[in-house]
Write a protein that binds this ligand. Structure first.
Ligand code: CTP
Length: 411
């Protein structure tokens, strides 16, 4: 059981913090709620008190507060400070070190990990001042559960609504479980599909949900690595604390991946990158009488490019891993892909079955390296991610990345 201070600040979604408190409690954590004065105008402290069975801290210098549960005492006993909902105001105060109430003082006084779930009007979230505060806090190691898109209480639609309570509770769980075995390692992960535009309104895509790559990124983050996630368009939330780079096409993904590879210890290409892209028409294609014939050009194979860069000496310390989505001859094809692309590990997936792989919750795989092939039986994508990272860890502790030559073998 961990002790969590749940900070609640004054926004219209503050009532959702009740669900967060309940979720944390259900997960077995001991929760102490700290409300700002504004938060008490949106939701009553009594509700939190009934759920957490602790007195709710609402005033900084409440009589008695300093005797047992003052900010210094709480700061040193908690395992996590979670602020949900966090307003633009509290982000600004945290970023600039203002300590004018219990929550802001607690933030400065604690050495526990800090997780923040912001919610505000979409223009406020996009404002330069808020962006800068988020960056400052991120650079200090504060993790975020990004706000979602949707209908906002102010009548606007856009990014700014508080993430779902379940997602916030899950992010808190990941931070609490975090180990440090990958601390100091830089991990670059690609995930999701790519969308290749046909014209300004149409595109060619694929059914990748991004979940496998996101699970790899979350697991690397949980192990203490610093993670960059280059993601094609997906409908899922990024793991809290990863550096997210959103891209759309194979070409954009390549531009995001190649320059970041040399500084990475590990690159995992889990994205379903399009192998072909149409030549984009400048104007919307209008229908004619007959069929439409699309001409598609080959895209660059990013993983093969990374293999070739390494063979040329440009990535001396980077371990390279990719996936192979196959519908037949799964392992022999994965072996051949690994050799041809000059990479250390291929995670071979059978995507012909509905219960695993593409767009499914579970996955099974064979981890193909130069030395051996290991089966990972059907399990959740988070557990498959664990198995992949365990294997990568072994490869990194062993002989290091194999100096394979792209297309030429090296096994
Ligand atoms: N990949 C890539 N760039 C591409 C296509 C694929 O980096 N343009 C990467 C994927 O991220 C994956 C691996 O290559 O890690 C294998 O992708 P897959 O589609 O299974 O195989 P391909 O090599 O594209 O071969 P094919 O589609 O012909 O089976």
């Amino acid at each position: 059981m961990s002790q969590i201070a749940l900070g609640v600040t004054g926004g219209i979604g503050a009532y959702k913090a009740v669900e967060v408190a309940r979720g944390l409690q259900k997960a077995g954590h001991d929760v102490v709620v700290v409300m700002t004065r504004a938060a008490t105008k949106f939701v009553g402290p009594l509700t939190f008190e009934a759920i957490t069975r602790h007195r709710v801290i609402t005033r900084p210098f409440e009589p008695g507060a300093n005797a047992d549960i003052g900010h210094i005492a709480l700061a040193s006993s908690i395992d996590l400070l979670l602020v949900a909902l966090a307003t633009a105001n509290i982000l600004g105060k945290f970023a600039s070190g203002i300590a004018d109430d219990f929550l802001t003082s607690l933030y400065l006084a604690t050495t526990a990990p800090v997780l923040v779930a912001p919610a505000m009007n979409s223009n406020m979230w996009a404002h330069e001042a808020v962006r800068r505060n988020v960056e400052t806090l991120g650079a200090r190691g504060v993790s975020f559960v990004e706000p979602g898109d949707g209908f906002l209480a102010c009548g606007w639609t856009g990014k700014g609504r508080l993430a779902e309570p379940d997602a916030i509770v899950a992010a808190a769980g990941r931070l609490l479980q975090r180990d440090r075995s990958w601390a100091g390692r830089r991990v670059l992960v690609s995930a999701g599909p790519t969308c290749e535009d046909i014209d300004p309104v149409r595109y060619v895509g694929n059914r990748s949900s991004g979940r496998m790559g996101y699970a790899v990124a979350a697991e690397a983050q949980r192990r203490g690595a610093s993670v960059t996630l280059v993601s094609g368009p997906v409908a899922i939330e990024p793991p809290a604390g990863v550096d997210l780079v959103r891209v759309r096409s194979a070409a954009e993904m390549r531009e995001a991946i190649l320059p970041r590879a040399a500084a990475s210890d590990v690159v995992v290409m889990a994205a379903a990158v399009a192998d072909y892209a149409p030549v984009k028409a400048a104007q919307k294609i209008t229908k004619g009488g007959g069929d439409l014939v699309l001409r598609m050009a080959r895209t660059h194979d990013i993983l093969a490019d990374l293999g070739a860069m390494r063979a040329a000496g440009a990535l001396p310390r980077t371990l390279l891993a990719g996936f192979a989505a196959e519908t037949e001859d799964v392992v022999p094809r994965a072996r051949e892909k690994r050799r041809a692309k000059g990479v250390d590990l291929i995670v071979a997936n059978d995507v012909s079955r509905a219960d695993r792989g593409f767009d499914a919750d579970q996955n099974a795989a064979t981890l193909v390296t130069a030395g051996d092939e290991r089966e990972v039986t059907l399990r959740s994508k988070a557990d498959v991610a664990r198995a992949i990272l365990d294997r990568i860890d072994e490869l990194m502790r062993g002989a290091g990345p194999a100096p394979a030559a792209a297309g030429g073998g090296g096994d």
